[in-house]
Design a protein around this ligand. Structure first.
Ligand code: SAM
Length: 167
């Protein structure tokens, strides 16, 4: 799948989050009503749809496959959530993270060093990040959960307190 190199493709059994994983990750990230959830690599929109349905959260998804973005928009509309969710057909590195409360990623670790820099530059101090399966290298997680895959939680305020800050 796009975004995974050959090594990680062999190592990943599933390339999307199950409903249980999504629910657990959003709970771990303490997603609250009215907050903004951002899924970087949003596929067909399930993470944001779950965030709106279960947690009453707004959502922004970034996905570079036009077909998946179209499907996401249709899925959101069918559920009457299109007023809460936006799906952008864009490279995820073009995402604007300045108003985001919780970032959700299930992405190859090859993206992590560039993402660490983006998170540090754009995210609010109160923002959290959850990552499925792959921990963010060089950062210490705040908490983790174990389902069929591990889920890691990072909190920007805790990371920013570390000196020197590790990109
Ligand atoms: C492993 S799937 C995860 C999907 C969803 N977030 C989930 O957890 O079920 C990764 C998604 O990221 C998308 N993706 C990978 N690299 C991307 C990039 N640079 N820009 C936008 N989307 C990307 C892929 O097309 C794929 O839909």
């Amino acid at each position: 799948m796009l975004g995974f190199d050959h090594f990680e493709l062999k190592g990943a059994n599933v390339l999307y989050s199950t409903t249980d994983t999504i629910d657990e990750a959003l709970k771990l990230g303490n997603l609250k009503s009215g907050e903004t959830l951002c899924d970087l690599g949003s596929s067909w929109g399930e993470v944001l749809i779950r965030g709106a349905e279960r947690f009453d959260a707004f959502g922004d998804g970034y996905e570079w496959s036009p077909g998946l973005v179209l499907e996401s928009r249709q899925n959101a509309k069918q559920k009457g959530l299109d007023n809460m969710l936006r799906f952008h057909c864009k490279d995820l590195f073009q995402a604007d993270l300045t108003e985001v409360d919780l970032v959700y990623i299930f992405l190859s670790p090859m993206y992590h060093s560039k993402l660490r820099r983006k998170f540090k530059e754009e995210l609010k101090k109160t923002a959290r990040i959850v990552t499925i399966k792959f921990p963010i290298k060089q950062w210490t997680e705040y908490k983790r959960a174990e389902l069929d895959v591990p889920i890691f939680l990072y909190k920007m305020d805790k990371l920013l307190r570390t000196r020197p800050f590790k990109y």
